[in-house]
Design a protein around this ligand. Structure first.
Ligand code: GLP
Length: 237
């Protein structure tokens, strides 16, 4: 594990964007795993800026997002598909058909999960996975549990996740209770992973995840076993 201490949020975002940019330059047809939440917004904004200036070319890149709320239409302004289109995809020269976000409106959710997992495997897996971390240590929407999940699946969101994400919705009752998420196994199979976390509020959970016992009660703790993990944070750990 490599830990990079960033000066602040912008510095963290720039370092993450530089690593992703370098990956795209090295392997223009790479498969990127992408995250949502407030943390990656700065990273996406830098990638979009560099693409608009002609420094980066997303024409052959494929992306897979970590997760999506179950029950939200892709057009819903809080769906992760909408978030990705507005924060990144609509601002870069990626082919929209090469961008993948689980379908939150899938009629057969198990089939959707299996198809998502198979599509990732069919492309020889994820080259570089960007991750944020939830306040309870979740990655993607893999909540604290009794065991580590393997592949893409449907989850019931933890109460503290619903509370944390209520800030994006009109009221807490509007927050979906379930989601589709890549599994811990899917994430761990990524060839490289970058974890970004900023602010004092993430310091304790980051310390617990990176230096505490590896346990499904702290899902991100499994990342200690990832062969190529880079953590970028403005926190002193
Ligand atoms: C969300 C997402 C995660 C994200 C996390 C942290 O629930 N499913 O992928 O990493 O919460 O969000 P934020 O960056 O807003 O703190």
């Amino acid at each position: 594990m490599k830990i990079i201490k960033a000066k602040d949020y912008d510095d963290m975002s720039k370092i993450a964007a530089q690593i992703i940019g370098a990956q795209i330059t090295l392997k223009p047809d790479c498969v990127l795993g992408l995250a949502t939440g407030s943390t990656p917004i700065g990273t996406y904004s830098m990638l979009a800026d560099w693409c608009s200036k002609g420094y980066l070319d997303f024409a052959s890149v494929t992306t897979f997002n970590l997760d999506e709320y179950l029950g939200l239409d892709p057009q819903h302004d809080q769906s992760y598909r909408h978030y990705m289109n507005s924060n990144l995809f609509n601002k870069i020269n990626i082919k929209i058909e090469n961008t993948n976000v689980p379908n939150g409106k899938a009629v057969d959710v198990d089939k959707e999960c299996m198809a998502y997992e198979n599509k990732i495997e069919g492309l020889d897996g994820i080259t570089l996975q960007l991750l944020g971390i939830g306040n309870n240590g979740h990655i993607g929407f893999n909540e604290p549990d009794d065991s580590f999940s393997k592949s893409t699946h449907c989850v019931r969101l933890a109460d503290n996740t619903i509370e944390a994400n209520a800030r994006f919705f009109d009221s807490i009752d509007m927050v979906p209770k379930k989601a589709i998420t890549m599994g811990i196994g899917t994430i761990m199979k990524a060839k490289k992973a970058i974890l970004i976390a900023n602010g004092e509020g993430k310091r304790e959970i980051l310390k617990k995840s990176l230096f505490g016992p590896i346990t499904p009660r702290v899902p991100a703790s499994i990342l200690q076993l990832h062969p190529d993990l880079t953590v970028i944070t403005d926190n002193s750990l």
